[in-house]
Design a protein around this ligand. Structure first.
Ligand code: ADP
Ligand code: MG
Length: 686
């Protein structure tokens, strides 16, 4: 075991300079090196004959040099080197650009194994810029070679050598930490074989098995850690027992609507938790518009009426302000003092809010992340709700725990994820699902159109606005470039204001505006002082203006489906027939398929599943975002099947050994400590 934690600097062939570079890749020890899993592979193992070659495909061949290399100079600065070759089937050329010096490497009559992309010009077959090696040295070219994540000053070949050395040196130290029966039952490779084959696969089959073994162990350890964490918080964290509050019935009666069945079920699950002496950690999942806010408000009401403070946190100021207004409206008749805490309030007001929180005068607080900053103290925080908060992980909850005496916690999200995944991403939370929309919602009509229909779209908007409605126009998403995104929004805004929609009131909203200005624009839109709101995606989550019934998204192909679904969720919130018009500039098949999905369903779960199938997990689903340890091998989406097995095994393990106290689980416990080192190991074993 000790050997694996050796600093890589001391590995033969590494030294301080290379060690520094490796550290940039987060590789500090030999073990880190072993778990530096290839990001891809170059399969040079299966050979084709020249005649079988397909243009555009990377192919391995064994060829014989049948003539002197030719150098062509079609124009200045360009030289083309062509080495004539043949195999039993046909003739061809190995071809390079501007690498004339390579001609020295080939000897007439010798055999080479090569791997490169095929190009066909008429009957001529060219193997472009191939990797090559004398055929009798079939060391690299004939194998499946790893391709690693690299850093400056470190080439793939160097890393291959270093890792090869590390593996050879450590074979005797790589122990097995999974119990034998788990390995047998799931037909897994041993850890040693898995590590060997993940780097230097002896065959495709073994590579698949290696990946399976390593993903499995990672997911097993992760799931086991999360499960222990969850149970800990259930057993040990003394929570607040909130009183049963009978007035809640009159509060419910005063609402402008009746709760849906799903809302009632979820609220009763929350009520049960609130009545128990353990801390609530509950995730409330519900599609856009399913009415999560009111469920949160009801919980806040009960907490406050039984003598505690309650907070609701939102990811943006716009949303915080909106919740503040909603809460103020609902609580005004019930003698509850509500305040708002966001970055943009005046220092004087802030002072006032902070002292009101400390002395208990303020009972309900709405705000952004500002709420969990150091200088915020509560008199007796009893309940914390975070809305649409994807980045709210273990750590943030730990902070909240300290702000009160283990306050109950509810996390609300509109992100639909399959249950298996929820178990991981929110592994330490209980889950409630609001699975129906309030009645009377008209299905939003969705149209995907090409840019040639923009004029017609504008006419349509005009007609709706004449009838008293309002519209959102969302500008193209310009990746990682706020400045360009804002420019696009401003251009569109000016064109609308001065030309296209001259007779209407057009507003602009983007992320870089001052918070006060943002609020003002949002307020104007809400109060119908603005007819058309041009904006970037800042309105993506939560915003609620029931009179707005048109959502137009420019360059819809640049958005994720889940994101478009969220945007669409901004309309269809009132009594009016609503429309979502997606302007799709792309002609690609995938893009058209994506638009078709949005047209065909408004079910967030289906949409997110299809989205995953089409484009794989986005950054959004990274474990980091959820405050979980980073995974080195497993991918939560593509490894869903392995995850299921790992979850099953994890349950069995914990049944027989609740804190992994049995000897056979010592290894797993060790791995678990390592994995959770940075993200709350103490939450597990203390
Ligand atoms: P989300 O789940 O997306 O956060 P909201 O809580 O913002 O949804 O609710 C969307 C809209 O539906 C709000 O205008 C809210 O007042 C309304 N609403 C919530 N519950 C009901 C209900 N049971 N019946 C009718 N309207 C409801
Ligand atoms: Mg909401």
């Amino acid at each position: 075991m000790g050997y694996l934690s050796t600093n890589i600097q001391y590995l033969k062939g590494v030294g301080p300079k290379r060690a520094a570079r490796l550290r940039k890749l987060n590789i500090n020890t030999i073990e880190d090196l072993l778990y530096h899993i290839p990001r891809d592979y170059d399969d040079r193992s299966s050979f084709k004959s020249i005649r079988e070659c397909v243009a555009g495909e990377k192919t391995s061949l064994e060829v014989e040099v049948i003539g002197e290399p030719i150098v062509l100079r079609p124009r200045r600065g360009l030289s083309i080197l062509k080495v004539p070759v043949k195999d039993d089937s046909y003739n061809g050329y190995l071809t390079w650009f501007n690498q004339e010096y390579l001609k020295e490497k080939f000897t007439y009559g010798d055999k080479y194994v090569v791997n490169g992309k095929i190009n066909k010009r008429g009957y001529e077959v060219q193997i472009m810029n191939p990797a090559f090696e004398k055929a009798n040295l079939k060391d690299k070219v004939g194998r499946i070679m790893p391709i690693y994540r690299l850093t400056e000053g470190l080439s793939n070949n160097e890393l291959i050598k270093i890792i090869d050395r590390a593996i050879k040196d450590s074979v005797n130290y790589i122990g097995e930490f999974l119990p034998n029966e788990i390995i047998q039952r799931n037909n897994l490779l041993s850890l040693k074989d898995a590590l060997l084959n993940i780097h230097f696969p002896q065959s495709k089959e073994l590579l698949v098995k290696a990946k399976k073994r390593l993903s499995f162990q990672e997911l097993l350890v992760l799931q086991t850690g999360l499960s222990i964490m969850k149970r800990k918080s259930m057993d040990e964290k003394d929570g607040i027992i909130f009183e049963k509050v009978m007035e809640i019935n009159s509060f419910l009666k005063d609402l402008p609507f009746e709760l849906t069945k799903a809302q009632r079920v979820v609220f009763s699950e929350i009520e049960v938790d609130m009545g128990l002496d353990r801390q609530m950690n509950r995730l409330v999942q519900g599609d856009v518009g399913s009415g999560k806010t009111i469920v949160g408000i009801l919980a806040m009401y009960r907490a406050i009426k039984s003598g505690y403070q309650a907070v609701m946190m939102a990811p943006t100021e716009i949303l915080a302000v909106q919740h503040f207004e909603t809460l103020s409206k609902y609580f005004s008749n019930y003698d509850i003092k509500v305040e708002l805490l966001v970055g943009s309030i005046s220092p004087k007001k802030k002072e006032e809010v902070l002292s009101g929180l400390k002395n208990g005068l303020i009972q309900a607080l709405v705000g952004t992340h500002a709420i969990i900053q150091d200088n915020v103290e509560f008199y007796n925080l009893g309940l914390a709700i975070t809305d649409e908060q994807h980045r709210f992980g273990v750590r943030q909850r730990a902070i909240l725990n300290k702000k009160g005496n283990n306050p109950d916690i509810i996390v609300m999200t509109a992100t639909p994820i399959p249950r298996t995944l929820a178990l991981i991403l929110y592994g330490d939370l209980d889950i409630s699902i609001i699975n129906e929309l309030p009645p009377g919602r008209k299905e939003i009509e969705t149209y995907a159109v090409g840019p040639e229909l923009i004029e017609r779209t504008n006419k349509f908007i005009e007609k709706q606005i004449m009838e008293g409605r309002q519209a959102y126009i969302v500008c193209p998403l310009i990746e990682e470039n706020d400045t360009l995104a804002i420019k696009a929004a401003e251009d569109l805004y000016m064109d609308f204001r001065d030309n296209v929609f001259k007779k209407f009131r057009v507003g602009l909203l983007h992320g870089k505006m001052k918070a006060n200005d943002k609020d003002e624009v949002m307020e104007d839109f809400k109060n119908h002082n603005i007819d058309i709101l041009v904006s970037t995606t800042v309105i993506e989550v939560g915003v609620n203006v029931p009179n707005a019934n048109i959502m137009v998204v420019y360059n819809a192909e640049r958005f994720g489906l889940a994101q478009l679904h969220q945007l669409r969720g901004r309309v269809g919130r009132g009594e009016f027939q609503s429309y979502c018009i997606l302007i799709n500039e792309s002609k690609s098949k995938i893009s058209r398929e994506r638009m078709r999905i949005l047209q065909s369903t408004t079910d967030g779960f289906i949409i997110s599943e299809r989205d995953l199938e089409l484009r794989g997990p986005g950054e959004f689903f990274g474990t980091k975002q959820h405050g979980l340890p980073e995974l080195r091998v497993a991918n939560l989406f593509s490894d869903m099947d392995i995850l299921k097995i790992a979850q099953k095994e994890s349950i069995e393990i914990l049944k027989s050994s609740p804190i992994l106290e049995k000897d056979i689980y010592k290894g797993i416990k060790n791995e678990l400590k390592k994995m959770f080192k940075d993200s709350g190991e103490n939450l597990i074993f203390n």
